[in-house]
Design a protein around this ligand. Sequence first.
Ligand code: SF4
Ligand code: SF4
Length: 174
Amino acid sequence: MNPQVPQLIASDVCLNCPVCCRFPEKQSPLSPFFFPEERAEIEHLQLPSNFFRDSSSETKAALTTCQHGYQCSFFHHADHTCQIYHARPLDCSIYPVVVMWNPNQTGILIGLDTKCPEIQSEKESTRIPAYLDWIQNYLEQPLKSQLIASHLSFVAPFQEEVILTRPLSIQKGN
Ligand code: SF4
Ligand code: SF4
């Protein structure tokens, strides 16, 4: 469903990172969201149904306990890989870019999540504005923005740790 989104952080860095795919709470609102088409694609892989948090078509990945709290059920703790890497959802493939509500929940923002340790060293990089432009243009394409507008559970809660935020022209009820 998603074309290959260019990655901001090199995969060899991510494979040695202790952050992504792990969460502090079992019902974390930041766990990955799957649009119905994304979930259907995973279900074709015939993985056990308990990889998802509920039985509805639009859903989040179930989280399982791990030594750091909870991890996405698609995460392989031993080698830090994603079992569904080539079919992982948009939510994961754009990270450390985050799509979230503004503080008043009146509009949608994108920005960079400083929970990613690489962002501290990357945030002044000249490639950051171009990368955010690419993601913004991609998400604002008519089909993608309509998809997001009709599945607003994709939009994460406001997070103060997200920096370099900019508005995304997707309206509630588009
Ligand atoms: S937190 Fe950043 S560096 Fe770590 S795995 Fe995620 S994107 Fe990669
Ligand atoms: S779907 Fe894959 S990339 Fe996304 S949180 Fe789960 S393990 Fe990580």
